[in-house]
Structures are given as C-alpha cells and as structure tokens.
Design a protein around this ligand. Structure first.
Ligand SMILES: [Fe+2]
Ligand SMILES: [Fe+2]
Length: 383
C-alpha cells in the first residue's frame, strides 16, 4: 500500500506543527480541526474527512459538531438518536474504536447519515468513541474514499492525532462545563433558583439549539455556533444573581424603580461575563462572544422597544434573537404560579403576533413552527 512508504512521524514534530493552532485564541475549534486535518493528509493522504459529533444524554442525541471535509458538501446541522444505531451504541459500550473496510457492504441502515456517507463516495471509515473523565461525550469519525484505508499501520499513525483532537475537544468541553457549572452553583445559592428552574434552562437551551440548527443553511452558520448557542443559552439570565431577592422574588407587579433594578440584570450579566473571562482567562474560548451577545441582547426587540440599549434589527446579534424566542416560547408553554401551560399552537400564535408587531425574528419563529414535533418531545422530556 502507498501509505506504507510514508516514514512514521515523530510525535514532537506533530506537536510543533499543531501547538500554535491549539494555543491561538481567536481560532475556532473547527478551524483548528481543519488545520490538523490538512497536516494529517500530508502524511496520510487517504483521509478525506475528519469530524466530531457530540452526544446529548438528555435527549439521547448525537449532533454534528465540527468537521473537515475534502470535496463535496459536509454533513451539517444533523442529529441522530444514538439508540437507533446499534453499531454506534456498541462502539460506545465497548469503548473500542471501529474500523470499517468496506462501507458499501457494512453500512446497511437507511439513515440520512448513511446515505450521505455513500453519496460522498466514502469506502472505509474509522470511528473512535470520545470519553472525558469517564463520561461518554461523542465520536470522532475518519472517512476515506479508498476501501480498507485504515490498516493497522494507518491506525497506529493516527493515534497521536486522535489523542490531540480528543485533547482539543476535551479542553473546550471542560472549560465550558466549568463555566456553566459555576454559574449553576451560584444560581442555586440565590433567589434565582426559584425564578429560573433547572428544567426551564434544559428546555429553553434545547429550543434555542433547535432554532439555531434550523437557521444553519439559510444563515450560513456552523454546527459549532449551534452548539455554543445550546451550551451558553442557560446563562442568559446570569445577571439575576446580582438582583436583590426582595425584587427578584417579589410577587405581583413592580414599581417603576423595582422594574429598573430588575432590568439591570442584563448589564450586570455582561459585566459578569467580562469578569469571568478575565478571572478564568477564558478569552481563548471560542464562542465567548456568543455568550456575551446572548446575555447582553436577550431582552432587545427588533423594533427597538427592548432593553437595555433599544437595539434594532440586525444590530441585535442572531444568538440573542434566537434566545429571546426560545425563552418566551418556554415561558408560554410551561406552567407558572400565575398561569397554566399554553399549548404549542397557542404559544406559536402569540410568537407570530410578536413577529407581526416587529418585535421577534420571523425566521426563528418559523423554525419553531416547522419543528413542532421536536419541540413537543423536548417539553415531554423536560416538562
Ligand atoms: Fe433576562
Ligand atoms: Fe429565561
């Protein structure tokens, strides 16, 4: 085989080539994976695709995350119920990578994913389960247009790269989880616990992801953006940690003064994000802008009637517009002390009305409407 002539690469050499890519702040994980892929192809040219899919245990869903695809349209904005794929389940359960030498005979299922793999002309693949601190986080996929490309020799060569990708992904996951976790703890020690229940955050973050995913094609978004919206949207009201309980937990309506205090949670939230970025040195985390934008913009309305800045239209970042719709949709469809849950149709009607008034993003609401079934599954699961 051609690849047998390639001299094995010294790990130090790999590290030297990749380190600047891992360390540099503004580069997204997707860009780093793409750079690493190009580097690998210099040694193992038959690797035509490298991709990482993340797992959401709450919904048993596997979601496309980052990919580097040579030629053709990459698989994007795709999710798949892990339980529906016995072969992937067995890779997870055995914690062992899998080599497929001939995709055309081995992959029989008729999923969108399998159809896509075959349409791209991939003939063989190598799949590695991702575990981080003992917890299953997803899969790493390598595909080749050559049959039987993943010989023991190639797999051995890939090992150092696989570990590098796992490190990159784990680093990203751990930092975000630490951030979200520390805010959750803070929330549990304040009046916010009663205000914002965990299940509200579970649901609204999944509505937000659903909307973001539905906008990928029309808005030219990446799966990484979708995942950031999902991961960071539970932090949209982080600033409420700084609101006195007397206001936060006040039953009934606010005085003008109290309303001003309550609305200050947006600016407080942005200050907290900036603080966290500084104290925990999070500037290098890709997606931190997404967090700042959705915290700062989730009460703005397209017609300029929102707060704190009265931003209009496109001045409101897309991630904030998505979170606004997801947040309102969940408020309407869930039970509150003062009201019963609305049906999905009634909630969508209310959102449409706000679109007509020029307040909400019509595309975001349209995606929700087009995915009512998934929305109802989220409500069922986290209701
Ligand atoms: Fe808020
Ligand atoms: Fe909320």
């Amino acid at each position: 085989m051609a690849n047998e002539e390639i001299p094995p690469q010294h790990p130090d050499e790999v590290g030297a080539a990749i380190l600047p890519l891992v360390g540099r702040g503004a580069v997204t994980l997707g860009e780093r994976i793409a750079a690493l892929h190009m580097h690998i192809r210099r040694n193992i040219p038959q690797i035509d695709r490298m991709a990482c899919a993340l797992y959401d245990p709450g919904m048993d869903m596997l979601k496309t995350f980052v990919n580097s695809t040579v030629g053709g349209e990459p698989l994007k904005a795709y999710q798949y119920k892990l339980g529906d794929s016995p072969s992937l389940v067995s890779i997870r359960d055995s914690q062992q990578p899998r080599v497929i030498d001939d995709i055309s005979t081995s992959l029989k299922s008729e999923t969108e994913h399998t159809r896509w793999v075959k349409s791209m002309g991939y003939r063989s693949s190598y799949t590695v389960p991702i575990f981080h601190q003992g917890i299953f986080e997803g899969f790493l996929f390598f595909d080749s247009c050559q049959p039987a490309a993943f010989t023991p020799e190639v797999v051995r060569k890939l090992e150092v790269y696989v570990n590098l990708v796992l490190l990159m992904v784990a680093h990203e996951i751990t930092t975000v989880q630490a951030l979200v976790g520390s805010v959750r703890v803070a929330r549990d020690f304040t009046g916010m616990r009663d205000e914002e229940t965990g299940s509200h955050l579970d649901r609204m973050s999944r509505f937000a992801r659903l909307i973001a995913r539905g906008l990928v094609a029309s808005h030219g978004l990446t799966d990484e953006f979708v995942e950031h919206v999902f991961l960071f949207s539970p932090l949209h009201d982080i600033g409420k940690i700084g609101i006195p309980d007397a206001v936060l937990r006040k039953p009934g309506s606010f005085t003008l003064e109290e309303r001003k205090v309550m609305e200050s949670h947006v600016n407080l939230g942005v200050e907290m994000v900036d603080r966290l970025v500084k104290d925990f040195n999070l500037g290098a985390i890709t997606g931190i802008d997404c967090l700042r934008n959705l915290v700062g913009g989730h009460h703005e309305f397209l017609d300029g009637s929102g707060y704190p800045h009265g931003l209009r239209g496109d001045r409101i970042p897309l991630e904030a517009r998505i979170v606004t719709v997801a947040d309102i949709f969940d408020a309407l469809t869930s039970k509150r002390v003062y009201k019963e849950p609305w049906s999905i149709d009634a909630a969508l009607e209310a959102l449409d009305k706000m679109v007509a008034e020029g307040k909400l993003d019509a595309d975001c609401v349209a995606v929700l409407r087009a995915n009512k079934d998934e929305a109802s599954r989220i409500i069922e699961r986290f209701g």
